[in-house]
Design a protein around this ligand. Structure first.
Ligand SMILES: Nc1ncnc2c1ncn2[C@@H]1O[C@H](COP(=O)(O)OP(=O)(O)OP(=O)(O)O)[C@@H](O)[C@H]1O
Length: 648
């Protein structure tokens, strides 16, 4: 008979009914009344159940792949139920009717797919409720007024939804933390919230008033034309200049002229870089990139960032090091180091800086305010703890509200994008051969799997996987970079530029999921196999008619699979079976329907099974490039059909 201790039959029954109401409760196998009771004293036997005095005190069902609609009505019969967390699952549907659990202290629903308007009275009468976390769902409409009436509210997170309208006044003295960033809210920020950090409100196009820009005041006279990176400093300088009177205004005018010239130079450079990036022409070639700054021989970051700003920044802050095994330097050293522009990416420019023979890459991020100062430091520390042979370690960072710098090691062989698409290769270097390409994919899959294991709370642990964010070491071993930055990047910026947001699920359903990185992995696999540059992905949102996966699928349908592979890929001669298997994996990772798409573990296992060694099923010359033996892969549509159906 079922053990009765630690859970009255009612409680057991309620939990089991709740479990059965979920459409995917695989992770709740320990919930088995035949084996154990949910609680033994304060100890829980059932995963995710919080126990106190043998009573079910709450549920903490986080990162468990739970699906379906969470029917919290089933939990009403639990008299001691105080806390509910479903964070980071794929639960969907309208918000549960939480007021039915009137004694709740905390409710955490962030990172799910709850959608729709929240009825105004959902929190009515919940006089004990302290924490409400609804971030990163698909809620819309007005912020419900019953939240405003919660007498004990301490923390409220509504960020990353589509709430619109005005922010209501929150009169509670108890409210310590609020975040409504990245919604569609508008109008003035209510008086009661003006003391909160401005990052709590960013990413809403029409919000105004302190701590953001004032609602009515005209924009400051354009006396100073300073770089974007310099907002707060600009303001304080402006005040000083106003006080200083006419002479100062003259000086400022001179400065402004200097800035206009500097920023137009920079724009020209960044256009040059962008053109270079898109054409992948001399993309990573040091001599070419150096030429971007050749107009200013011995260019220094200091000069680039503007002398005054650089000095002030150096005086203000220090670099925070995340690795013990690196030479220490401070921002001042970095700003003075000889520097080359590597390119202007999605977030800002990247530089190679050399300090005492050590080369570093310094990346500037201007749109990285999604996390408050403390959360940002915490996130950076988390990234600093990641150690994997296929992740480029984050060495140090620098924090200012307006701009962040991230410092990585410089990696010699440049990016995978450069190796695949740069036109240097025909001249001085052969194209990457098949065994190298396979090794690269294996490394990336390993690194990605590590990220998933180590950062389970992130829905999309990489978020920006693409060939220019894979750099290649001395032996062409891959290192991923720009990973796990999604939580920090302003949503409005991320939405337009980061790979995760160019996925089909985001384009169609405005969703990112645990499989979104798999989609990017698939595109990368297809890019590596075809040698084609998936430009569409880098320049615009996902377009189902015009992506690399559709092209590959089309070619397969038309029985022209042999033409899919990069003709310049050497060393593939005897590996046609493996090539096709990898193509199949790539296509399955790019499955538009998220349900049918491989999950990361499946993709990883399939990639791991691929064999580097040749099958020696093809005897012939030593010619190594694919086009020279592609007729052997497929000699005609019939044979091809046969081949594909066997392999795919
Ligand atoms: N650690 C590194 N070592 C060598 N080259 C690097 C390193 N990090 C970046 N690069 C190269 O510098 C160039 C600019 O990088 P950056 O990340 O700024 O832009 P991106 O990768 O093109 O775009 P995004 O900003 O969207 O990631 C790219 O060609 C990239 O491959």
């Amino acid at each position: 008979s079922p053990p009765l201790a630690g859970g009255a039959p009612d409680a057991v029954d309620a939990l089991m009914r709740f479990k059965n109401s979920l459409s995917n409760s695989k992770s709740l196998t320990s919930w088995d009344p035949q084996k154990t009771a949910p609680c033994d004293g304060h100890r829980a036997n059932w995963i995710g159940v919080l126990c106190f005095n043998s009573n079910v005190r709450g549920l903490q069902l986080e990162n468990m792949g739970l699906k379906g609609v969470a029917d919290v009505d089933l939990l009403i019969s639990l008299p001691h139920f105080r806390t509910l967390s479903f964070m980071n699952n794929t639960l969907a549907g309208p918000i549960p009717d939480l007021k039915r659990l009137s004694r709740l202290r905390s409710v955490y629903l962030s990172y799910n797919h709850f959608w729709g308007e929240i009825p105004d009275d959902v929190f009515a009468g919940m006089r004990f409720l302290k924490k409400v976390l609804l971030s990163n769902n698909e809620f819309q409409g007005k912020i419900p007024s019953s939240l405003v009436a919660l007498p004990k509210l301490v923390e409220l997170r509504l960020d990353g939804n589509k709430f619109d309208g005005l922010i209501p006044d929150f009169p509670q003295q108890s409210l310590k933390r609020i975040n409504v960033s990245n919604n569609d809210l508008e109008g003035p920020i209510p008086e009661s919230l003006t003391k909160m950090d401005s990052t709590a409100f960013t990413g809403n196009k029409n919000l105004c008033g302190p701590p953001l820009e004032s609602c009515t005041a005209p924009s400051p006279a354009p006396i100073l034309v300073l770089p974007d990176t310099n907002n707060s400093w600009k303001k304080s300088q402006l005040q000083k200049f106003i006080l200083m009177g006419l002479i100062a205004v003259l000086i400022v005018a001179v400065l402004a002229a200097a800035f206009i010239i500097a920023s137009s130079n920079r724009r020209r450079n960044s256009q040059l870089d962008r053109t270079t990036t898109m054409n992948m022409d001399h993309h990573h070639n040091t001599s070419t990139t150096t030429s971007h700054v050749n107009n200013q021989p011995d260019a220094k970051l200091e000069a680039e960032a503007n002398g005054n700003y650089a000095k002030k920044a150096a005086a203000e802050g220090k670099l925070t090091f995340l690795r013990d095994d690196r030479q220490r330097f401070d921002l001042h050293d970095l700003l003075r180091a000889s520097a080359e522009i590597l390119g202007s990416g999605t977030f800002g420019a990247s530089y190679k800086a050399t300090i005492q023979c050590d080369s570093m890459v310094v990346k500037r991020y201007k749109q990285m305010n999604s996390l408050g100062r403390e959360e940002f430091h915490e996130h950076m520390r988390r990234l600093g703890r990641l150690v994997h042979p296929n992740l480029l370690p984050l060495v140090a960072y620098y924090y200012r509200r307006e701009e962040k710098l991230l410092v990585y090691d410089f990696v010699e062989n440049g990016s995978l994008a450069f190796q695949l698409h740069g036109n240097h290769r025909s001249v001085d270097q052969p194209a990457l051969d098949w065994p190298t390409r396979l090794r690269i994919i294996k490394g990336i899959a390993k690194g990605l799997t590590y990220l998933y294991k180590t950062l389970p709370s992130l829905v999309v642990p990489h978020g920006h996987l693409k060939s220019s964010n894979v750099v290649l070491g001395e032996n062409f071993e891959p290192f991923m970079t720009d990973y796990a930055l999604l939580p920090a990047i302003n949503l409005d910026h991320a939405e337009h530029l980061m790979m995760a947001y160019k996925s089909p699920e985001y384009a169609k359903l405005r969703r990112i999921t645990k499989k979104t990185d798999v989609w990017s992995l698939g595109i990368l696999i297809l890019e590596i196999l075809t040698g084609k540059f998936p430009e569409n992905y880098l320049t615009q949102r996902y377009d189902p008619g015009a992506d690399l996966a559709s092209w590959v699928n089309e070619m397969i349908k038309e029985k022209r699979t042999s033409q899919v592979f990069d003709e310049e890929m050497g060393g593939a001669k005897n590996s046609k079976g493996e090539l096709l298997k990898l193509l199949k994996i790539g296509v399955s990772c790019c499955e538009e329907d998220v349900e049918r798409r491989l999950d990361l573990n499946e993709a990883f296992e399939k990639i791991e099974e691929l064999n580097h060694s040749h099958h020696h099923d093809d005897h012939g010359s030593d010619d190594q490039t694919l086009h020279q033996f592609s007729p052997n892969i497929v000699s005609g549509p019939d044979q091809e059909d046969d081949y594909i159906s066997r392999a795919m």
